[in-house]
Write a protein that binds this ligand. Structure first.
Ligand SMILES: [Fe+2]
Ligand SMILES: [Fe+2]
Length: 206
């Protein structure tokens, strides 16, 4: 990626779009997610533009999180409008970003599905999914999440699988449904484990 959309550059530099609907504590969460993203990107040695892209994803993922669901639902197509209230802010942010001319599909998928997970995620999507869950401001299972955070980004494939599994377990424990993209993401992650195992076995047999 050689250039970022000006809205992403502005977000990475600390200025969110005028249509942002995020209160003070939400903005603090977005900043913490962005800090993790920036740190991980730096440690993975991605180029400077890509570091700002990861940071922008952290800052924009919850850009509409504090808008009431009745405002977000009319923005969405019929399928997405059926999603639970707490998930609408991702797909709604994608609509607003597209209106602004953002065409970075990997970025848009990361924002749109940061709560659910999606098998089409690129590395940015996987990292945002993990950072949103692992950021230090959440009180839920603080110590365990801190330990997972300590393994990032070096052990990201395993940590992302652990995060995806934990999110699914919470949904099951609350007797809530799983969206198809969540299941698709999980199955892809499990295929990758099988692939990794086969590769290890293959190399042992040689
Ligand atoms: Fe969110
Ligand atoms: Fe978030």
């Amino acid at each position: 990626m050689s250039r970022l959309h000006p809205l992403l550059e502005a977000a990475a530099a600390g200025t969110l779009p005028p249509w942002t609907r995020a209160g003070e504590s939400r903005r603090a969460h977005m900043e913490r997610v962005a800090e993790l993203m920036e740190r991980w990107a730096g440690r993975m040695g991605v180029d400077a533009v890509e570091v700002r892209r990861w940071r922008a994803a952290g800052l924009l993922h919850d850009v509409l999180r504090d808008a009431p669901p009745q405002e977000l639902r009319p923005l969405l197509g019929p399928e997405e409008a059926k999603l639970p209230d707490g998930i609408l802010h991702g797909p709604a942010a994608v609509i607003r970003l597209r209106d602004e001319g953002v065409r970075d599909e990997g970025f848009l998928l990361a924002i749109g599905y940061h709560t659910l997970g999606h098998p089409g995620f690129d590395l940015l999507g996987r990292m945002l999914f993990a950072a949103d869950f692992l950021e230090p401001g959440r009180s839920w299972k603080r110590e365990w999440r801190g330990e997972l955070r300590g393994r990032m980004p070096e052990e990201y494939p395993e940590v992302v699988r652990t995060v995806a599994g934990a999110r699914i377990q919470r949904l099951l424990a609350d007797a809530r449904p799983l969206e198809a993209t969540t299941v698709g993401f999980w199955n892809l992650l499990m295929d990758e484990v099988t692939g990794e195992q086969e590769e290890r076995h293959g190399s042992l047999e040689e």
